[in-house]
Design a protein around this ligand. Structure first.
Ligand code: ATP
Length: 303
């Protein structure tokens, strides 16, 4: 069977309020629309993997009242047997969006920051040889988990988003595959964010010589680097309406293709088409295309 991908990742509830302007100090402001949706980089990447036809088991934590979020992942085909309902508030974002499209966000990590040592041990005990572990930077326990994964020789894919100084202190040599955007690459490389992509890739190759690297650059496409090999995958020319979740879609589709044993150029192509479809639709999770839609575009059979 295909190796399993274990994603220990954030699940956030996004509360989106449409407001005439962003709230100012001391003001009480009426919102004229409200919607709640599933979010968090972890959950989005699991959804993308499942829609891509991948085998993914999500390790996550949600408040007891929010079982619907777990059901949404399960309905998409994600194995949720390790998503626990706990006595803590779910991770959530309070998002104001004004009429000009400007936003302001309060993020509370909540249950996403409550992973204990026993859960991390259980994850590495469950992983079979050849399985992948996927991580982002929205949950606690990363340093311990990377150390455990290195000990057990579990293949780790890491997307250090959102970037923080703490990422630089992690035992990153445990990573087999790193997905970074420009901000994350610059942070890890210790270079200015507007550095040429070659300089970013050179610095990362020096720092992590044994790690495959995928650098995504929005409409400028993506770079792949491993050892002496470096290849560019152009983005599709599309008119983007909402780029949130483009990176998560790209990562999910890349990893699902890799799970099926696809070559690097094929992984890049699948991920690029999926992300280009996602940016043409509103919403992060809602915008992630299905494998059939990606296959239609590529003019191939669906996996
Ligand atoms: P986010 O944090 O918004 O999810 P990100 O910064 O992690 O995104 P990007 O580098 O912006 O990720 O985008 C990932 C991939 O999505 C790109 O490599 C590209 O293939 C595709 N993509 C993003 N923006 C566009 C665009 N405007 N047009 C076409 N493809 C795009």
């Amino acid at each position: 069977p295909m190796p399993m991908l274990h994603n220990l990742g954030s699940i956030n509830l996004d509360h989106v309020y449409r407001v005439p302007h962003l709230v100012t100090p001391g003001e009480t402001l009426a919102s004229h629309a409200y919607a709640v949706g599933l979010g968090g980089k972890g959950a989005n990447q699991s959804l993308a993997l499942a829609r891509a036809g991948g085998r993914v088991c999500h390790w996550g934590r949600l408040g007891r009242r929010d079982a619907w979020a777990r059901d949404t992942l399960a309905d998409a085909g994600v194995d949720v047997s390790h998503v626990s309902l706990v006595d803590a508030p779910s991770g959530h974002a309070i998002i104001q969006v004004d009429d000009a499209g400007e936003n302001a966000i309060i993020l509370y990590p909540g249950a996403n920051h409550g992973f204990d040592g026993a859960t991390l041990e259980a994850l590495v005990d469950t992983a079979a040889p050849g399985d992948w572990l996927l991580l982002q930077n929205e949950c606690n326990g990363l340093a311990a988990l990377l150390a455990l994964a290195a000990e057990r020789r579990i293949r780790v894919a890491f997307n250090p988003a959102p970037m923080t100084d703490a990422v630089g202190e992690l035992p990153l040599s445990a990573c087999r595959l790193l997905f970074v955007n420009r901000t994350e690459a610059a942070g890890l490389a210790g270079l200015p964010v507007d550095s040429p992509s070659d300089a970013l890739l050179d610095a990362l190759a020096t720092r992590l010589p044994d790690c495959e690297l995928v650098l995504t650059l929005g409409a400028e496409g993506a770079w792949y680097q491993a050892g002496g090999e470096r290849r560019h995958q152009p983005a599709l020319k599309v008119s983007a309406m909402d780029t949130t979740g483009a990176g998560d879609t790209f990562i999910g589709y890349y990893l699902a293709a890799l799970q099926r044993g696809a070559t690097v150029p094929d992984c890049l192509a699948q991920a690029t088409v999926a992300a280009a479809l996602a940016v043409q639709r509103p919403g992060a999770a809602a915008g992630i295309p299905t494998a059939d839609e990606v296959a239609d575009f590529l003019g191939k059979e669906s996996p």
